[in-house]
Write a new protein. Structure first.
Length: 225
């Protein structure tokens, strides 16, 4: 009888217990550096380096954040973990960057913020290189269905000085694709290319401005079944 009562008590205890619910984190809202702007607020460290402060707003259900910064010239990515809503990082001057923040909760769930770009300015620069073109489609490693005969290459250009004059499109089946179209002035950033089945294609966009500055989007690839 005592054993039966003990087992019943255990059953009641466990039936009344509740599992701890951990809510997924929300995305942080970025505030500084401003989106698509030349950053003039950094603290100068040397002729080539300055300290830039990154700020964002509190996200719900978080225990910390990851600040992810990418050098858009070298494609180097650096990541910092922090429990705070602000972090100062030493960066190269006269260099474009992108950045975003991952919100983290107690069970390692992640919510990614928007991705913003800024230009970390330096001394005696009156003209800035354009940002590397943002590849919109096809996405990296996207696969198209059998029967696809044409694909639209789509990108978006951005320049602090707003003086982009043209784009060079490199496209082909080699990992170092040849120049496919030069000095295209497509305002929408769209170029249709012919494709064939069972083939992998590589492409990139070179952005050019009035001062002769150039930027490279980096290499992307897609395939057709």
């Amino acid at each position: 009888m005592r054993k039966l009562i003990y087992l019943l008590a255990l059953g009641i205890l466990f039936s009344c217990s509740k599992e701890t619910v951990v809510n997924p984190p929300s995305s942080a809202i970025l505030t500084l550096p401003l989106k698509d702007e030349t950053c003039n607020t950094g603290i100068v460290v040397s002729s080539t380096r300055s300290t830039v402060t990154f700020n964002w707003k509190q996200a719900n259900s978080t225990v910390g954040y990851e600040l992810v910064i990418k050098n858009l010239i070298t494609n180097e990515v650096i990541t910092y973990k922090t429990p705070t809503l602000s972090l100062s990082v030493e960066l190269n001057r006269n260099t474009p960057y992108s950045w975003y923040v991952n919100s983290l909760n107690s069970i390692a769930q992640v919510a990614k913020s928007e991705v913003w770009k800024f230009y970390n300015s330096g001394e005696a620069i009156t003209n800035y290189s354009p940002y590397p073109a943002e590849i919109i489609s096809p996405k990296m490693d996207e696969v198209f269905a059998v029967g696809t005969g044409n694909v639209n290459l789509t990108w978006a250009g951005l320049d602090v000085d707003k003086d982009i004059v043209s784009y060079d499109i490199y496209f082909g089946t080699a990992t170092t694709p040849p120049l496919f179209k030069t000095n295209t002035l497509s305002e929408g950033g769209v170029l249709q290319v012919p494709v064939t089945a069972k083939t992998t294609y590589y492409w990139k966009v070179i952005t050019k401005d009035k001062q002769g500055n150039r930027s490279d989007s980096g290499l992307f690839k897609f395939s057709v079944n």
